[in-house]
Design a protein around this ligand. Structure first.
Ligand code: AHR
Length: 660
């Protein structure tokens, strides 16, 4: 990725300059806060947001900036046969030193974190000898020259004498990139910290912890974070990846999934209370996607991140039933759903209610005080709560959903509960899910579909036919199968339909968001990354352009085009905060097309901003060609009856400043 840095930076600078120039040129007394003239309808201000799930190593090893893998020695063979508490840790001795390493669980740092390691140096051979363990991170730890890394560990002295620990970052050949010496001299668990500043760039470093004096120590929660996390948050996020999400200006972020929410069997459901508080107290567990989740990126971090980037938090909680694919093959079967026993429901409902208090309650409430203790006394302004994720609509699900929904509505009528309608765009669960949701007067219903690009094109009028008084839609997961330009354009065409129907479609989020190179469980994703870089798909660019250019009015008559031609899709919205009109035009055919935009009734600036993304249908980006498909920024002339040419296989966004 480093080879592309210069061209990426150049492109970014050029784009920023064009945007700035356009904004200066257009700097007229604008702002048109009321309804725009003509035939306009109010649409959702929350329409485009993000879906985040820890799939494809999106959290641990991804967005969560922790560099140590298996930091708490909690990997175990029940997760993967080859895993054990010392997985990814290598024991070593130098010189003729000798000793041993063990895993124990009799006196842990916290009962939620039962295992720890015991390292003993029985003999240290001369000066420079050591007995230690080293961690490879997630396929190597990336360090940069001059950058600092924050190390911490819980340690306690188990021998009579205090022990000296040397902590270092090392290359594969054992060259030291950074080093610090600590003394463990407490018989109780104590957190020790050190700052390691690297003296070189290196992509596959190890973290080495070595006893350099004879003795015995217990170690747990061995952690290493880059100092520069996003907004420099402690226990924070990888700055480059988090910035990509911030750049999209999403209205909301849905978390923590996906199927991760309802889990692989009842014991695997994502329980939010396990993911708040100090990291050493969080309960780790297997992820439904077959790997380990530390919970380090937990509810507090999700809410804080939402606030940091101005997005509304949208947590999804299990509906007290597990994934229907539990214990089986993905999407095959549908028999694995398990339900919490009814006698446990009261306790479970309280868990849901407690989340609302944790997020919004005063600092003197039981759960609000925990949020305050974590560093956030102010409310997180939680508005939406999802209950369930694409469940099979069984009597067991319905019974539990009703209990939860009724309790939330009774105690917190200010919260919008989001229901669910199965994993497909139609069919039995979809129909049953919607009709059950209507019977329960659920305000918003979550739809999911992953389909071919052609489906998106031919279904761009799907929501024009939806009733306007039967619950709004949250299109919580959707994507066309692929990351080529044709996929992104098919999604764009469909998204113009979401805008046109923004009075009934309240929220929408593409899924999944992240995929780590060589660790991908889901084929079509929005952002591909490795330990040191990333590339953006055409789908990302489309999502960003729609999300960062949201309107709150739909302008019904502004665009003239032949609606029978589904290969040409278009929308016109107005943003009452800026007074801008935003046109989005999509041509999914192999020939150029034209549309007319009618600006009669508006006073507008004669120069607008035009963003265009085009190419050949199969083109896509990759680590070696990250910018094969990307949006280009231009200035454009705006006229009252504007004829716009839309090239073959292209997306065009035009932003027009209006004034009174
Ligand atoms: O986005 C990937 C998966 O697809 C989600 O976890 C699940 O909800 C859906 O079926």
């Amino acid at each position: 990725m480093t080879t592309n840095t210069t061209s990426k930076t150049y492109n970014k600078v050029t784009s920023i300059l064009i945007i700035l120039t356009a904004e200066i040129l257009l700097c007229l007394p604008m702002i048109q806060a009321q309804a725009p003239p003509g035939n306009a309808k109010k649409i959702s201000t929350d329409l485009f947001g993000l879906f985040f799930e820890d799939i494809n190593y999106a959290a641990d090893g991804g967005l969560y900036a922790e560099l140590v893998q298996n930091r708490s020695f909690e990997y175990n063979p029940a997760e993967r046969k080859v895993w054990h508490p010392l997985y990814n840790w290598e024991y070593f001795t130098t010189g003729y030193s000798y000793g041993k390493v063990n895993i124990e669980s009799s006196q842990p740092v916290h009962p939620n974190n039962p295992h720890y390691t015991v390292l003993e140096a029985e003999h240290i051979y001369q000066e420079g000898g050591s007995v230690g363990i080293r961690n490879q991170g997630f396929d190597g730890i990336v360090v940069r020259n001059g950058q600092s890394y924050l190390f911490s560990v819980f340690a306690k002295q188990l021998s009579k004498e205090p022990v000296s620990l040397k902590v270092s970052l090392q290359t594969k050949k054992g060259e030291v990139l950074a080093e610090h010496q600590l003394t463990v001299s407490s018989a109780n668990w104590e957190k020790q910290t050190a700052v390691l500043s690297s003296n070189a760039d290196y992509d596959t470093a190890s973290l080495v912890i070595a006893l350099v004096s004879k003795g015995k120590t217990a170690l747990d929660v061995v952690s290493l974070f880059p100092e520069h996390t996003f907004k420099k948050r402690a226990n924070g996020m990888r700055a480059d990846l988090a910035q990509l999400l911030a750049d999209m200006k999403p209205a909301f972020i849905r978390f923590p999934g996906g199927c991760l929410v309802h889990g692989d069997g009842l014991g695997n459901m994502y329980r939010w209370k396990n993911t708040i508080g100090p990291i050493e107290q969080r309960a780790e567990q297997r992820n439904i996607w077959g790997y380990h989740q530390t919970g380090g990126l937990g509810y507090y971090e999700y809410f804080q991140f939402c606030e940091d980037i101005g997005a509304k938090p949208l947590p999804v909680l299990p509906a007290a039933v597990s994934c229907q694919n539990s214990g089986g093959t993905w999407r095959i079967g549908g028999t694995g759903q398990r339900a919490l026993p009814l006698e446990e429901m009261q306790e479970y409902i309280q868990e849901v209610i407690d989340l609302i208090e944790w997020a919004n309650g005063p600092v003197n409430s039981t759960w609000g005080s925990k949020r305050a203790a974590a560093g956030h006394p102010a409310s997180f302004n939680l508005q939406y709560v999802g209950i369930g994720n694409e469940e099979k609509i069984t009597p067991e699900f319905e019974q539990r959903f009703k209990l939860i929904n009724d309790a939330v509505k009774a105690k917190h009528p200010e919260i919008t509960v989001i229901g669910t309608s199965g994993p497909f765009h139609s069919g039995e669960d979809f129909d049953k899910g919607w009709s059950f949701a209507k019977s329960q007067q659920v305000q918003v219903v979550d739809e999911h579909y992953y389909v071919q690009p052609e489906w998106f094109i031919s279904n761009q009028y799907r929501y024009d036919k939806y009733p306007r008084n039967a619950g709004n839609v949250y299109l919580g997961e959707y994507a066309s199968w692929g990351n080529q330009l044709k996929n992104a354009l098919a999604e764009a065409a469909f998204m113009t339909g979401l805008e046109r129907n923004g009075d009934v479609v309240q929220l929408a989020s593409y899924a999944p968001l992240f995929a780590k190179k060589n660790n991908t469980q889901w084929k079509t994703d929005m952002i591909f990354f490795d330990n040191s870089g990333y590339y953006l798909t055409p789908n990302y660019h489309i999502q960003k352009l729609f999300s960062a250019n949201r309107g709150d009015w739909y302008l019904n008559n502004m665009i003239r085009k032949d609606n029978r031609d589904t290969s040409l899709a278009a929308s016109a919205t107005a943003d009452s905060k800026t007074g801008d009109i935003i046109l989005k035009l999509v041509n999914t055919s192999n020939e150029k097309k034209t549309i007319t935009a009618d600006l009669s009734g508006y006073k507008f600036s004669s120069v607008g901003l035009k963003i265009i993304m085009s190419g050949s249908p199969e083109q896509q980006n990759s680590f070696s060609q990250p910018d094969a498909i990307k949006p280009d920024y231009h200035k454009t002339v705006i006229t009252k009856k504007m004829l716009v040419e839309v090239p073959a296989m292209s997306f065009i966004l035009i932003r027009i400043n209006t004034y009174k």
